[in-house]
Ligand binder design. Structure first.
Ligand SMILES: Cc1ncc(COP(=O)(O)O)c(C=O)c1O
Length: 414
């Protein structure tokens, strides 16, 4: 190619999405060898034991019962007002913080990540995330001229590495006088780690200490994309109450997604929820994100918003939805327990798993191991620091078998 037509900032490597590429290869193998011969642990979507996408009946019967106009109409730019209430209810449940809150509808959790990074950093700034991270954090940052710095998620004891968080947080804040840090908990993608309530206290203590300098601006984006599949009952929501009465210069944004909790991946819905002890600052958040909605995608998916609102506001529907979701939550727990247990038996080192769709296996040659595993008809996503196994997509039986195969292949490459 002799010239470029795209502007300099829009030149990117000619790359297809690696995970979707591997998933396509897994599908090919399934067509060739049959479902029972292939372990496809690529995509972050719940699948039944046969590998078919799970689509929640309580969600799709609601969607299909909507009048056409309720699906076809434009939504308000910030989202339908009843949805903005319902989504906060769905997110916080009984753990709503004692603070001012406002929500803005976004297309999935991705939209809230985009808004938080765009609206709370300056051009050229860096955001802070951990070294086991969801790669679109980087894609989104780079797209808009921001950079990403990393702290180490785990210490030698495989606990949350608060020292590394503190050091990187304070260095960046000192330099920029403002910071956006993304904490993907509960059920971190890719490790399945969830911060304990005590670890949250340590994080907030560091934030509060640094908030004593009134020039500092501290923004914590809590990416809760997997919260609906985490913990027992609502225990993994307790930390929300810790966002009560924070200093004004600590602003919390919750990135809520309907993709996993409602199996509505393709219907692109979720919300950014701002939390502050200042009413002015949640207003500022609301109008800033509404402006971004208009500038980026105009408005969200009206039918998806209606599904959540109708379920949240009808006790019978809510109950049925909860029951159905809990069935899948239990299924996920059993698969994860099977994988974690079998890893222990096989002597396969994994990172500490608490909740969610994925388990990670640390290794230096993830790409090589992943390629070797393909020869065994096992498809596992290679990351920079290890392999990501999607327990959400693999039956309990196969979750039990997989660690031995992975261990054998890893040993053979030593
Ligand atoms: C860590 C994490 N955050 C956010 C999302 C948001 O997804 P969506 O935009 O589909 O809601 C995902 C989905 O894969 C994710 O894994």
């Amino acid at each position: 190619m002799t010239i470029n037509m795209v502007a300099d900032h829009a030149k990117w490597p000619k790359q297809n999405d690696a995970i979707f590429g591997l998933a396509a290869k897994a599908k090919e193998a399934i067509n060739k060898f049959g479902k029972d011969k292939v372990i496809d642990s690529t995509l972050g979507a719940l699948a039944d034991d046969e590998g078919n996408l799970i689509c929640m009946e309580t969600v799709y019967s609601e969607l299909k019962s909507l009048p056409n106009e309720e699906i076809a109409a434009y939504a308000q730019v910030a989202g339908q007002p009843d949805f903005l209430e319902a989504v906060q209810e769905a997110c916080f449940r009984e753990y709503r913080p004692d603070a001012f809150t406002r929500a803005v509808a976004t297309p999935g959790g991705t939209g809230s990540v985009k808004h938080a990074i765009t609206n709370y950093t300056n051009p050229g700034d860096s955001i802070l995330v951990c070294d086991w991270f969801w790669s679109p954090y980087v894609t989104i940052s780079e797209e808009i001229g921001r950079k990403v710095e990393f702290y180490t998620l785990f210490n030698e004891k495989n606990e949350f590495n608060i020292e590394s968080f503190k050091e990187n947080f304070e260095t960046l804040l000192k330099k920029q006088k403002r910071i956006v840090t993304i904490i993907n908990t509960p059920a971190n993608n890719p490790t399945g780690y969830s911060l304990s309530d005590k670890e949250w206290d340590m994080v907030l203590d560091i934030a509060k200490e640094n908030a004593k300098d009134s020039e500092n601006r501290i923004v914590i984006l809590v990416d809760v994309a997997y919260i609906d599949f985490a913990g027992v009952g609502q225990e993994r929501r307790k930390f929300f109450t810790k966002f009560s009465n924070l200093p004004e210069n600590i602003f919390i944004i919750i990135g809520y997604s309907m993709s996993k909790g409602y199996t509505m991946y393709g219907l692109r819905s979720g919300a950014a929820i701002g939390i502050s002890s200042s009413e002015d600052l949640v207003e500022e958040f609301y109008y800033s994100c509404m402006h971004s909605n208009r500038a980026n995608w105009s408005n969200g998916v009206r039918g998806a918003m209606s599904v959540m609102t109708h379920i949240a506001n009808d006790p019978v529907k809510l109950n049925a939805y909860e029951e159905e979701k809990n069935k899948y939550k239990q299924m996920l727990r059993e698969r994860a327990d099977a994988f974690v247990g079998a890893s222990k038996e096989a002597g396969l080192e994994i990172l500490p798993y608490r909740d969610g769709f994925f388990v990670s296996i640390p290794c230096d040659n993830a790409k090589e191991v992943s390629e070797e595993l393909i020869k065994e008809n096992m498809f596992v996503v290679p990351l920079k620091k290890g392999l990501r196994f999607a327990v959400c997509a693999v039956s309990e039986d196969k979750c039990k078998l997989s660690p031995t195969i992975i261990k054998r292949v890893m040993d053979s490459l030593k």
